[in-house]
Ligand binder design. Structure first.
Ligand code: NAD
Length: 367
């Protein structure tokens, strides 16, 4: 249950795999190495009780292999709960490729990765994530059928990010309803951190509704581009977390809610796309509760993407994906109620409901 990574220097002190802090009874961890293409990847299969482990492949320039391992352990576990809470018949898995996607990625490397995915015979199904693209999925498709997020031209559902953004928007509206008594976002000051694939579409929804959107990103060119396109304000201060906003939407990378940032947060609602937003889900979830900040659990409200790619497995239908994604609004409200009724954090509430679904299926299977 512990998700906070140790400092790299401390990681070697514990058992290499099953002793990692992020290890949570994962069913299988596959290390992939190919000398010819330079591929170094790890596939994490956390749980397959509800179905095959579906989750994206992240390509990232990790500082060391421990960091990559802990990331795949954390992310794959997150997928188990994401699919369970969303009502999908999927387990949780994820893969990481070690390297800089802009420099190190080659078609040969991606094709080889596809062969590794294929070797698992469908126990793990991949999709895109940070550092991988729809084109990569098309290439993987040539090597295995166990891939989603394939382009529309190749019979897939294309880039899942717009659907993810719609789910985040729905979750944000539900959290606003809970906290402010209305889900109308017009006039609300909303900080979107990270205006990549998901962040941009979210900014589109928010500005269309009349929210006062403030954007932040490490990519200056993109900031100017998105700022101009949607009339969003660019954040210029040096303390993003203490920005005077109503809603904070983390849409870049995880763990932005941590010991350094949490007490500075002024927003009353947190709802964003990034995975694993809480550096430590127990400690930081509890502090948010104590601070009276309504936190919409990341793995619930960013599930639009998985809903969309899942539909590839059962016959792709965009309208059906959007309808299911819209339901994130209702599920988010249910989670706020469940958390209040049981005096637990929203993160714990979402985990508990998801775990109950898994336990129930396990019991049914044992009959
Ligand atoms: P992306 O790579 O397209 O965009 C990420 C953006 O964040 C980039 O513009 C990048 O420059 C910016 N960024 C990176 N570090 C930053 C920092 N420190 N401060 C501000 N900006 C920073 O990724 P995406 O597909 O938009 O996904 C965003 C997040 O949502 C990721 O955490 C991803 O795992 C998660 N997510 C995405 C999907 C999806 O469908 N794409 C689904 C579920 C979860």
């Amino acid at each position: 249950m512990i998700t906070e990574s140790l400092k790299p220097a401390e990681l070697h002190k514990i058992d290499p795999v099953f002793g990692q802090l992020s290890f949570d009874n994962h069913e299988q961890i596959v290390f992939c190495n190919d000398k010819d293409t330079g591929l170094k990847a790890i596939i994490g299969i956390h749980n397959t009780v509800l179905g095959p482990a579906l989750g994206g492949t992240r390509m990232w320039k990790y500082d060391n292999e421990w960091e990559a391992l802990n990331d795949v352990l954390r992310l794959s576990r997150g997928m188990t709960f994401k699919s369970a809470i969303t009502g999908l018949n999927l387990g949780g898995g994820k893969a990481v490729i070690i390297g800089d996607s802009k420099i190190d990625k080659t078609p040969e490397m991606i094709a080889k990765f596809g062969q590794y995915v294929n070797s698992l015979s469908g126990k793990y199904i991949t999709a895109e994530d940070v550092g991988t693209t729809t084109q990569d999925m098309d290439l993987i498709r040539e090597n295995t059928k166990f891939v989603t997020g394939v382009s529309i031209e190749k019979g897939g559902s294309g880039n899942p990010s717009p659907v993810t953004a719609y789910g985040v928007y729905m979750g944000m509206k539900a959290a606003a309803k809970y906290k402010f008594g209305t889900d109308v976002l017009e006039g609300k000051k909303i900080l979107v951190q990270g205006i990549g694939h998901v962040g941009e579409t979210l900014v589109d929804y928010l500005t269309a509704e009349g929210a006062k959107v403030i954007i932040s990103d490490i990519n200056e060119i993109r900031l100017q581009e998105i700022g101009n396109k949607y009339g969003a304000k660019i954040y210029h201060g040096d303390d993003l977390y203490s920005a005077d906003v109503d809603i904070y939407a983390p849409c870049a990378l995880g763990a932005t809610i941590n010991n350094d940032t949490i007490r500075r947060i002024k927003a009353k609602v947190i709802a964003g796309a990034a995975n694993n937003q809480l550096a430590n889900e127990n400690i930081h979830g509890a502090i948010l509760k104590e601070m009276g900040i309504a936190y919409a659990p990341d793995f619930l409200i960013n599930a639009g993407g998985i809903i969309n790619v899942y539909s590839e497995l059962v016959g792709y239908d965009n309208a059906e994906s959007m309808r299911k994604t819209e339901n994130i609004y209702n599920t988010t409200l249910e989670i706020f109620d469940y958390a209040d009724a049981n005096n637990i954090t929203t993160h714990q509430a979402a985990l508990s409901i998801a775990q109950n679904r898994i336990d129930l299926r396990k019991k049914e299977m044992a009959k």
